[in-house]
Design a protein around this ligand. Structure first.
Ligand code: NAD
Ligand code: GLY
Length: 359
């Protein structure tokens, strides 16, 4: 087992990465300070892993909230179901919430924990590759709104993250690929060595080679933990983790939540950001091709959906947390392995990308 630390002073917490971690009761229970525990999961994951977790929690009073599965349920309405259970069971402020699932459950569970009685402890047990390499780490929690992705939320750090590589055995190939989009992101924004490693090892990852997966998860979490420790609430460098996300969120919102997986939308958005970086003169044609090729090798889409034209893209992109005074701001690449902070983009170049890249 590897143990990394997200260093945030008295709110620092460990990320445990390894195989068979869900069979180690102490790993989980050492982070639970009182008897009341609620596990939040969904209808797909609970039948697979809930019993395993319950077996580790025999000395606690455990309630469960099983939500429907899907990005379209990542809403305030469904978070309320968690509050309903906590209140009906008279859970108090020292209760602990365990989010058992992918990024949707982690974001919703974390948000419920942040809000319930102004904050109860929560633990992340991420079960998708995307959640293990990104969403479970760093304390971004929240829900979608029909007008914008992740627009309602809070920064709220977990007590620990337990990333058991074995749970990825039941994850389908499309979801595995979606997770790889966020893995590639770390290489692109800050780690050229990791990007090159990914180019050389992507087939192993797709074939679910356990050592390769463990390495990719660890390197991703190391990168994310570094960035979060430097800038927890995204006043600066943390925004680079959003490479491609403004385009990607527009695709998710514009096509209806759940049509494109988050990682798929991010893959397309990253290629659009790369095209715009080329127009700035920072990347050359070969760089952009190299990026597109890596996403394609992961069986990820690289071109935007036809149904969203450039005007619609602009409208959707105008609802984004990085925007200031209505001005669209984007993360671009200055080279493979380095990203800008959010920058104002000139509308003509952005329109050129939206009108020509992949059209
Ligand atoms: P997800 O949570 O919808 O999970 C994907 C699918 O896999 C679901 O159908 C789920 O039920 C299923 N699943 C999960 N674990 C499984 C397993 N072990 N075996 C079989 N099936 C399993 O999607 P995701 O890609 O994990 O997360 C995407 C969400 O994460 C988006 O809402 C995105 O906005 C959010 N996100 C948040 C952050 C953050 O920093 N908080 C970062 C990136 C993404
Ligand atoms: N996934 C982006 C962030 O955590 O900041």
């Amino acid at each position: 087992m590897k143990k990394l630390l997200v260093e945030l002073g008295d709110r620092s917490y460990p990320i445990y990465i390894g195989a068979g971690l869900l069979n180690q009761p102490e790993l989980l229970s050492q982070h639970i300070k009182a008897r009341q525990v609620v596990i939040v999961s969904n209808a797909t994951i609970a039948p697979l892993y809930l019993d395993k977790i319950l077996k580790n929690l025999l000395k606690f009073d455990v309630e469960t909230v099983i939500l429907p599965d899907g990005e379209q349920f990542k809403t305030l309405e469904y978070v309320t179901r968690i509050f309903d259970k906590l209140l009906a069971c008279k859970f108090s402020r020292n209760a602990t919430l365990i989010a058992l699932g992918g990024g949707v459950i982690g974001d919703m569970g974390g948000f419920a924990a942040a809000c319930y009685q102004r904050g109860i402890a929560f633990l992340q047990i991420p079960t998708t590759l995307l959640a293990q390499v990104d969403s479970s780490v760093g304390g971004k929690t929240g829900v979608n709104h029909p007008l914008g992705k992740n627009m309602i939320g809070a920064f709220y750090q977990p007590q620990c993250v337990i990333a058991d590589a074995d749970v990825l055995d039941t994850l389908d190939d499309r979801q595995l690929s979606a997770g790889l989009a966020e893995v590639i992101k770390y290489g692109l924004i800050r780690d050229i060595g990791f990007f090159e490693w990914l180019e050389n090892n992507i087939n192993k990852l797709l074939a679910r080679d356990k050592n390769a997966l463990a390495y990719a998860i660890e390197q991703s979490c190391l990168n994310k933990a570094d960035v979060v420790a430097e800038d927890e609430t995204e006043t600066g460098v943390r925004a680079t983790l959003n490479l491609g996300h403004t385009f990607g969120h527009a695709i998710e919102t514009g096509t209806g939540y759940g049509t494109y997986l988050h990682g798929e939308a991010v893959a397309i958005g990253t290629c659009q950001a790369a095209d715009l970086s080329r127009r700035k003169g920072w990347l050359n044609d070969a760089d952009v091709e190299r990026i597109i090729t890596l996403f394609k090798r992961c069986n990820l889409p690289a071109y935007p959906p036809e149904e969203i034209d450039s005007d619609r893209f602009l409208e959707l992109m105008s609802v984004d947390k990085k925007n200031v005074n209505g001005q669209i701001r984007l993360i671009l690449l200055t080279k493979i392995g380095a990203a800008t902070l959010p920058i104002d983009v000139d509308l003509n170049s952005l329109k050129q990308t939206l009108n020509t890249y992949g059209r």
